[in-house]
Design a binder for this molecule. Structure first.
Ligand SMILES: NC(=O)c1ccc[n+]([C@@H]2O[C@H](COP(=O)([O-])OP(=O)(O)OC[C@H]3O[C@@H](n4cnc5c(N)ncnc54)[C@H](O)[C@@H]3O)[C@@H](O)[C@H]2O)c1
Length: 357
């Protein structure tokens, strides 16, 4: 590609600012169009960010522009429609996390990306966290033997979201979709995306329903979720997440194998910049040992900019997607299963009747 990569941003709220700042650092890219369904918001965003970009009040106008790629930065529920429309208009897409709010939507997004031959990358900047990649290397080294159990997730004593994140009609869910999606993606990335079979889950909304914590009487999402997940081959996983609790931790994350184990100490959940300790356990000539692995100190960010830069690089080089949506389908099956299981009060089957290509 010999011209600068022409970028559009769909949805100009909070996280669009981080996208704009990241694109601004890439000499080969320029934001040429922005849109938001709230009239005037895109134009105000362009002015605020100092962009020489056309501003639209609907995605249709933006998608008719000469663009190579778009960032989808809408609330979760609109990821599906905005992404599918952009792919069908021939644009490559970087969609913010979570990929979608249901497995069916995620599957359709992946199928449309395949049929249009466009890149569909998902905004999990956690994939560039050095500590997460160290944990992945430890598991992939094979020294732990067969993995049989993962315990992951986490929570905050107080960390309730606000705004559009509290409305199911916009966010699709609460803490599980908002921060739980990072824990699930990170754990699945570390262990290589095995296929889930079933999920048994429960959710709670004690903080959300309590006006002492949330003034918005229309807030209708969960602030807590817990699940037990079975995978093909016998691996099991425990997941727990919360935006708030009357405690300071839900414990460390654990990866247990037949010959070794890995403990990750996390703050607020498993994800970008949250791992504060990593310990590897194994027997040496029959004696149980533990080794503290060197973790990078939290606080030195940069992974967000990297996810945007890697997306632009993929667009310019013709792919593949740096964080492929197709790889995230098993995680989406888990998320979807958590909400279905919690609603039905029983374990649900999360196997895809249509096998992935
Ligand atoms: N990767 C990260 O670190 C990170 C951090 C925060 C949020 N996010 C994700 O980014 C997304 C947006 O979050 P936010 O905090 O920016 O929300 P926000 O509510 O601040 O902004 C969303 C914007 O999208 C607009 N919008 C809604 N529907 C639209 C549509 N169909 N077409 C165009 N515009 C539309 C809204 O009017 C709003 O201006 C969410 O999916 C969230 O999970 C990611």
């Amino acid at each position: 590609m010999d011209r600068r990569t022409r970028i559009g941003i769909i949805g100009t709220g909070g996280i669009a600012r981080a996208h704009a700042r990241s694109y601004a650092q890439i000499p080969d890219a320029q934001i040429v169009a922005v849109c938001d369904v709230v009239a005037g918001r895109a134009a105000a965003f362009a002015a605020e960010q100092g962009l020489d970009a056309r501003a639209f009040d609907d995605p249709g106008g933006l998608l008719a522009e000469d663009l190579d790629a778009v960032s989808v930065c809408t609330p979760n529920v609109a990821h599906h429609s905005a992404t599918v429309a952009a792919l069908r208009a021939g644009k490559h897409v970087l969609v913010e996390k979570p990929l979608a709010v249901t497995y069916a939507h995620a599957r359709e997004m992946v199928d449309v990306a395949r049929s249009t031959g466009r890149i569909l990358s998902v905004g999990f900047q956690s994939r560039y966290d050095q500590n997460i990649n160290l944990a992945k290397q430890v598991v992939a080294s094979g020294g732990m033997g067969d993995l049989y159990y993962v315990d992951m997730g986490g929570g905050r004593q107080r960390g309730l979201a606000g705004g559009t994140f509290l409305r199911r009609e916009l966010a699709g869910g609460g803490a599980i979709l908002d921060i739980g999606c990072y824990s699930i993606d990170t754990a699945m990335y570390i262990i290589g995306h095995p296929r889930p079979v079933s999920v048994s889950a429960a959710t709670a909304d004690h903080f959300i329903r309590n006006r002492a914590y949330i003034a918005d009487a229309a807030a209708d999402v969960e602030d807590f979720g817990a699940a037990f997940i079975r995978f093909e081959g016998g691996l099991t996983m425990v997941f727990k997440i919360c935006w708030a609790m009357h405690a300071d931790s839900l414990g460390p994350c654990l990866f247990l194998g037949a010959r070794g184990g890995l403990r990750l100490d996390v703050t607020g959940g498993l994800g970008d910049d949250t791992i504060v300790g990593m310990t590897y356990f194994q027997d040496v000539v029959g004696a149980p040992t533990r080794t503290a692995l060197p973790v990078r100190r939290p606080g030195s960010r940069g992974s967000f900019e990297r996810k945007v830069a890697e997306f632009v690089r993929a667009v310019r080089e013709g792919g593949p997607a740096p964080i492929p949506a197709a790889e995230i389908l098993p995680s989406m099956a888990i998320l979807d299963g958590i909400y279905r299981s919690a609603a039905e009060g029983r374990e649900v089957d999360v196997r895809d009747p249509v096998p992935q290509a």
